[in-house]
Design a protein around this ligand. Sequence first.
Ligand code: F6R
Length: 615
Amino acid sequence: MCGIYGYVGSNAISKTLNGIKKLEYRGYDSSGIAFFSDTFKLNNLIKNYNNNVTTFKNGINIIKEQGEISKLEKIINVLNPKSETAIGHTRWATHGKPNIKNAHPHFSENGNWVVVHNGIIENYDELKNGLTSYNFSSSTDTEVVAMMLSKFFNGNVLETIVNVCSKLVGSYAFAILNYKEPNKIFVAKNNSPVVVGYGENFGVVCSDLNSVEQTKSLFILENNQFAVVEKNNVEVFNNKLEKINLKPFKDFNSESENSLGNYKHFMLKEINEIPKAIEKTVVNYNSFEKIKKAIPKSLIKKLKNILIIGCGTAYHAGLIGKKLIEEQCGIKTDVEIASEFRYNNFKPNKNTLAIFVSQSGETADTIKAVKMSKAYGLKTVAITNVKNSSICFEVDYVIHTCAGKEIAVASTKAYNAQITIFYLLKAYINAVLNDQPELVFEESKNLIKIANVIKNNKISEQTKQIALKIKDCKSVYLIGRGLDYYTAMEAGLKLKEISYIHCEAYPAGELKHGTISLIDENKYLFAFVTQEITKEKTISNINEVISRGGKVIVLSQFNINNNDFNEFIALPKIDQLYMPLVAITYMQLISYYVSVALNYNPDKPRSLAKSVTVE
Ligand code: F6R
């Protein structure tokens, strides 16, 4: 998690600030910036600010603030410092509370070094024990690294950094300043992504390939590599301090910053973009030939099992994928939560195709699971929304969801696009196994129809009303069977993560085996009834909840509405196989409206980040 941006060149401070703003999706507990400036007498200007916010040592200033970057920006705008070398950081707390003291950058005690860090130093406690004579001002693992740099300094900055990194266990991308080298940013990488580059009169470092500005030459650092970034130049070294000639990265297409347009929040905008996300994803893979380019036919022909792996919403998309592939193609498919897969003693057989679902392509748990699967000898496929994200460099094959940049932390349009891929994949597998290539095109036509149904569906008013009804309740339960259960799981996650209301999803038949004892008149139940085969049984389960006083909101395309339901959402009458794509849109909107009604920011729910790069 966390984001790093650094810049050497004119207006380094505003460049760095804009850079970390683009990375805010990686965390927004606190942020900070360090920059060289002899002339900037910060201490004269900080009367209005708490001393923690700004520090000045050895010609280096640090300004940091708790909370979103806009707060840091306000201070910087008032102080208006100028510099030609700056590093910045936006944080998602791992070690120590999300307060100013723990915000990055961190000075060494003597002020000679400044460090910003992504990742986790696993042996930081042990290392700290060897630094008893140093006074720490934060609880972070990063400050330990700053202190070690000053302890082990041998007169050569790069050599010292390489030496200190050799003592670290864990993951890191560091951007480091040393007071004697005011025109350089030093960079180190191990298991946390970072890119470095330069252009006309500037050098840059960034923890996300897709957020870096246009450069003449850009390099993706590999593990145990180090870089020195200057205006007009970047040098890369290995851990023996030998210079490496890395090939500049060519396939670089910096995505322009999305704007809100007329929307109040990105989440609402992104929900409205779902039809477009489905359409664009379909267009990318709407023929046998197009998917074949992404995943070869030969691979499908010999596959015996499929294993789908992801986290959170991506895991839920995987569950839908399992149901589609298993029932429609007859291929045994398992789904695993990435962080669990890692510690399972389960070795899939070699003819298993491992499919990883990740919107960001940066999720550490998922990437670790890719590495394990490769060690098991499996062929690997990533379904990701971000081109050139870390996962793309790990897997054998990549399928892109084309949902467009997703900025709101709660995933919406990317989820619909992930499911869309599973419909297409199901069609492709059947096309290969039954030698019927036309199945892919037929499937794509069905999906475009569904995109149009969603586009023309006017659901805003009813979802708003329901949001107002449930916003003050303490607990929400969500039930369904089969595909509906998986939709319930995703719906529950969406609602809880941005409204902070406790939500639990259950297979409809499982409620009576314990959880129903929690049902009373203060609880709401959402029930999804979209599959003919499970309709009657789920209605019985709904009635069991009504009998215990629970308030029930039913989503269904069947004519099952009755007076005992607190609310009935009449879903459009489409082929029930595609209901997961449609039913979830109601819940995405309800979740959004609940969050807004409670005066939360749905785009930046507390304690979360868009991309989870720690395990
Ligand atoms: C919830 C949400 C998360 C992500 C999860 C995996 O709305 O967005 O649950 O789905 O953190 O992220 P990716 O898909 O980037 O691997």
